[in-house]
Design a protein around this ligand. Structure first.
Ligand code: HEM
Length: 406
């Protein structure tokens, strides 16, 4: 775990891993993963059609299978696949040890307390997370190594991130790799899963929650999709520039529901001044992205708790004068989320595709009556909608046919 660069302080090891990670996720390389996203998004839609009540499981599966292919070129056939099960299990166990849930974070002396003492349950959670992390780090990378074939002189032309890392390191199949180098490569692959899994899981639940509560927003978005994409195909990334309302809806979801509402704490490395306040070195800085003057600022965003994509539109175009949530919810400075371009790309395709074929509605009770549960975020550093129950129904028989024929 000491190698997870999201947790490393600024320094040589962090810089090395961050640079290698960014090499695979900067905005000009992200389109390389689009064909994989398209396939997995369509599987996601088909799974929603078959068993809409398993929404959360489908979100997890979609993320795990997309990432297994992008990172390791492992193609999963169904949910019984060994790798799919392993990634989903590991991610679940690791997220159970995510910061913000344990007393030891406020009372650090508890770390010396034996595991059997009440309140020291964090030790078991941490040990399980460490074991899960090791599994996630080693198994799929070993598979990528086994199946590695150098198929081009350009390392970036390999079919996976692991393949490209191996090619760049000069790896020859069967030969030994320097253990330190191998650990770094394994970690770059693993953090792609860890960094993106719960954030995406939370964000997608937020999408379904918002759509179920705001049917009028859905109707406008669907009218735009009908006009731009039409009934004979599903949306593609290339449609994005022509879908102004969907882009506004995306910005609104990134403002309205925040998977990490107070960001990740940063620490000053030297004494500093901020607006007349003296901040000694080592001061922990927590930015309340959700509230205050940022993404729920009632001056910048009137009625900030309302979900209103229109706030980002002026004269039929995206209004550049409205504060862009992507400048805030992905963090700040040199630690800003390096997966943000990938995350936005995938989010766009999923939202547009879901809205093209489904109506998302309020949940219904046993008597068929719909009921409304207002939106609330859970506590903790990683936050989810308290509830994302909803109905997911195909928009029409044609939509079902389109899905089945895809
Ligand atoms: C909606 C989805 C996402 C949100 C809201 C999000 C948000 C964040 C935030 C707030 C940080 C901390 C930034 C800071 O310290 O100021 C972060 C870091 C990070 N994220 Fe994301 N993220 C998302 C998706 C992803 C994805 C899909 C990936 C991987 C492909 C990813 C990989 C990472 C990594 C590796 C870091 C650590 C960066 C470092 O410490 O240098 N994230 N993310």
């Amino acid at each position: 775990m000491e190698y997870i660069f999201g947790f490393l302080p600024y320094g040589k090891l962090w810089r090395r891993q961050r640079r290698d990670f960014w090499h695979h996720f900067h905005p000009t390389i992200v389109p390389k993963y689009r064909s994989i996203e398209v396939v997995h998004t369509r599987v996601f839609l088909q799974r929603l059609l078959e068993s809409p009540s398993k929404l959360k499981a489908h979100i997890r599966y979609n993320f795990a299978t997309t990432m297994l292919q992008v990172i390791y070129d492992i193609k999963v056939q169904d949910e019984r696949d060994d790798y799919a099960v392993m990634v989903e299990d590991c991610v679940r166990i690791i997220s159970q040890a995510a910061p913000g849930q344990f007393l030891v974070e406020t009372l650090p002396f508890l770390r010396h307390v034996p595991a059997w003492v009440p309140g020291a349950g964090f030790q078991k959670a941490f040990a399980a997370a460490r074991a899960a992390y090791r599994e996630l780090q080693r198994r799929p990378f070993a598979e990528a190594k086994r199946s590695f074939v150098r198929d081009s002189r350009d390392p970036d032309m390999q079919s996976s991130i692991a393949g490209s890392l191996l090619a760049r390191s000069g790896y020859v199949p069967g030969a030994d790799i320097d253990p330190e180098e191998q650990k770094i490569m394994e970690n770059i692959c693993t953090i792609t899963i860890i960094g993106g899994s719960d954030t995406t899981f939370s964000m997608m639940q937020g999408v379904f929650k918002a759509l179920s509560l705001y049917p009028d927003v859905q109707k406008i978005a669907q009218a735009e999709l009908d006009a731009v994409v039409g009934p004979d195909r599903l949306p593609e990334h290339e449609d994005r520039d022509n879908l102004v309302y969907i882009n506004a809806l995306m910005k609104e979801i990134l403002r309205w529901h925040l998977p990490i509402p107070i960001g990740i704490p940063h620490k000053t490395m030297e004494d500093d001044d901020f607006r007349g306040y003296f901040l000694p070195a080592e001061t922990i800085i927590i930015v309340n992205v959700w509230y205050g003057d940022i993404l729920h600022d009632p001056v910048e965003y009137p009625q900030p708790d309302e979900f209103r994509p229109e706030r980002f539109i002026r004269d039929g175009q995206l209004n550049p004068d409205i504060r862009d949530p992507t400048q805030y919810l992905f963090g700040f400075g040199r630690r800003i989320c390096p997966g943000r371009h990938f995350a936005e790309d995938a989010l766009f395709l999923t939202i547009a595709s879901v809205l093209h074929v489904f109506n998302i509605g309020l949940p219904v009770d046993g008597d068929g009556r719909s009921y409304r549960i207002e939106y609330q975020q859970s506590d903790g550093m990683l936050s989810y909608p308290e509830d994302c129950e909803c109905t997911i129904r195909p928009r029409s028989a044609e939509a079902v046919k389109l899905l089945m024929n895809t």
